[in-house]
Design a protein around this ligand. Structure first.
Ligand code: TRP
Length: 352
């Protein structure tokens, strides 16, 4: 018998569960590509949503590529500001959480010319109408701080196909918002193979199982909204941010994400840090109210993040090493990208 819960599970979620089984059986079959825009500090939402999962995949023995998507910063703003600072911040975060540069390749877009060149043939494989229909792009246009929409805003999902396909990535851990981009990647791969012969895999999305954390103002957590706790924040700043978090008038703490988003997101954050069930955590706090809740959350976050923050501070003492990690990653990414571009040019019959 099929229950309502099973019916509401989307095909992408079901597919992700299958992929998890295959990952456990044969991690060597997979090459993962994922990435971040260097627009600000990574926060706890990133940690529990995606970063943690990257380390898990790396430790399973999957070949992981992590992209610092510097060109993609320019989709919704005119100039990429404080790029070096943001790139170095991402590198520190990656190293601090346990990304191991001996096993995981960290690189940035602009340092890998052959990756970017794939954009040209790939653009020829999609229609303008398809680009205009992308719901994530539409949403970003609605929230963009620019007065005019640039060509890059419509075409960056195709560039993202190049990010994934240059290394023949076949598994992309993403959130729901990235699914339309992954569909474009699959379309590009399929059409390229149909027109020119088999070169690319059709990559799968791997949806994260982690539930959604809200920001301290009980709206979407975001690098740019000032409502997030950065991985690199210290214990005092963490306490201050949690102290200012939005709760509600009901003194008795419960876990009810729909009716009590602010309170429940704090409960969830504590539960994730403690590795416990949020309902249980809420029950324990019970009548101690918002003050008790915030005390529990602050202690849980600071305890869980202490080792990560200590490692981050250590790496920050040795920025020469940190930059070398990116240099070495770029070298490997360049070798992989050049090999793929050669295959692409041969498949297309380009003169060389
Ligand atoms: N679009 C992603 C984000 O905003 C970053 C990104 C760029 C990415 N290229 C990618 C993610 C390729 C997965 C695969 O977070």
């Amino acid at each position: 018998m099929t229950t309502t819960a099973e019916l509401s599970v989307s095909p992408a979620v079901r597919r992700s569960a299958e992929l998890e089984q295959q990952l456990a059986l044969d991690p060597g079959r997979f090459r993962v590509l994922t990435g971040d825009r260097p627009t600000g500090a990574l926060h706890l939402g990133h940690y529990f949503g995606t970063l943690h999962n990257r380390v898990r995949l790396q430790d399973l023995g999957v070949d992981v590529f992590v992209l610092i998507a510097d060109y993609q910063v320019l989709t919704d703003r005119d100039v990429a500001e404080r790029l070096t600072e943001h790139v170095e911040g991402l590198l520190l975060d990656y190293l601090a959480i346990g990304i191991d540069p001996a096993r995981t390749t960290v690189f940035n877009h602009s340092a890998v010319p052959a990756l970017n060149q794939l954009l040209l043939p790939f653009l020829s494989l999609v229609s303008v109408a398809e680009l205009g229909r992308n719901p994530t792009v539409k949403d970003e246009i609605a929230h963009s701080r620019q007065s005019a929409v640039s060509g890059l805003m419509y075409t960056y999902p195709v560039h993202q196909a190049a990010d994934i396909l240059f290394c023949k990535g076949n598994l992309v851990p993403v959130g729901q918002d990235q699914l339309p981009h992954l569909e474009i990647t699959r379309t590009v791969a399929r059409r390229f193979n149909e027109r020119y012969g088999d070169v690319f895999p059709e990559p799968d999305a791997l949806l994260s199982a982690a539930p959604l954390l809200l920001g301290t103002d009980a709206t979407k957590m975001s690098k740019s909204r000032g409502n997030s706790i950065a991985l690199g924040a210290d214990a005092d700043e963490t306490a201050r941010l949690i102290k200012g978090a939005t709760t509600d008038a009901d003194r008795h703490i419960t876990y009810d994400p729909e009716l009590r988003p602010g309170v429940s997101s704090l409960v969830l954050l504590a539960a994730l840090c403690l590795g416990r069930d949020p309902h249980e955590v809420a029950e324990e706090i019970g009548g101690s109210g918002a003050a008790g809740l915030k005390r529990t959350v602050t202690e849980a976050v600071n305890a869980a993040m202490a080792p990560i923050r200590a490692r981050r501070a250590e790496y920050a003492q040795d920025m020469g090493y940190v930059r070398d990690v990116l240099r070495a990653g770029n070298e490997r990414a360049n070798a992989v990208a050049e090999a793929t571009l050669t295959e692409v040019r041969e498949a297309m019959g380009m003169f060389s």
